[in-house]
Design a protein around this ligand. Structure first.
Ligand code: S3P
Length: 174
């Protein structure tokens, strides 16, 4: 298996994949690709509209196709992923092929504080988002860990610290 040289950011909604990705892309002078944005562009719809009109399982299929597409074309890039993408087992092998996987690990409290009032995440729109976050995070955490090459705790850290850790790990890999 030929591993590509991309940096892949995985983790729960609100862990900062997009913001860390943006800053990392600037620090390393590498292009940032966001799987959610790529899918939204390809579909001409927002994630919420895709969930509403096509359903979650169609969206999950789009995520897998998106990773396959990136394996064909992306190299030396930063790829930030949707929070549910690593949940499909098939995507683990694909992510490993796509590059080095960094899991941005966040606490339930931090996610809640960051995302309360958010209307763009269909999975958190129910009655009790706090409980939903706890439930989903407990189920997903071991899967993120199994999928990751590196785990970065992010809850109490500044962007500079997070970027510094990733850059250091990348250097030690080379
Ligand atoms: C999802 C996370 C979202 C988006 C979709 C589903 C999930 O991305 O892909 O709403 O299942 O965790 P972010 O992690 O960027 O919020």
């Amino acid at each position: 298996m030929n591993k590509k040289n991309n940096i892949i950011l995985i983790g729960f909604m609100g862990c900062g994949k997009s913001s860390v990705g943006y800053r990392l892309s600037y620090a390393l002078r590498q292009t940032l690709i966001d799987t959610d944005k790529l899918i939204e562009r390809q579909q001409g719809m927002t994630i919420s509209q895709i969930f509403e009109t096509k359903g979650e399982s169609a969206f999950r299929q789009m995520e897998t196709e998106c990773v396959r597409y990136l394996i064909e074309g992306a190299d030396k890039q930063i790829i930030s992923t949707g929070g549910g993408l690593p949940m499909k087992e098939e995507n683990h092998t694909l992510l490993k092929q796509l590059g080095t996987v960094y899991y941005l690990k966040v606490t339930e409290e931090t996610v809640y504080e960051r995302l309360k009032g958010d209307t763009t995440r269909p999975l958190l729109q129910g009655e009790n988002p706090r409980a939903r976050i706890g439930e989903l995070l407990a189920k997903r955490a071991p899967i993120y860990e199994a999928c990751a090459d590196y785990i970065i705790e992010v809850s109490d850290k500044s962007f500079e610290e997070i970027i510094g850790e990733i850059v250091e790990k990348e250097r030690s890999r080379q």
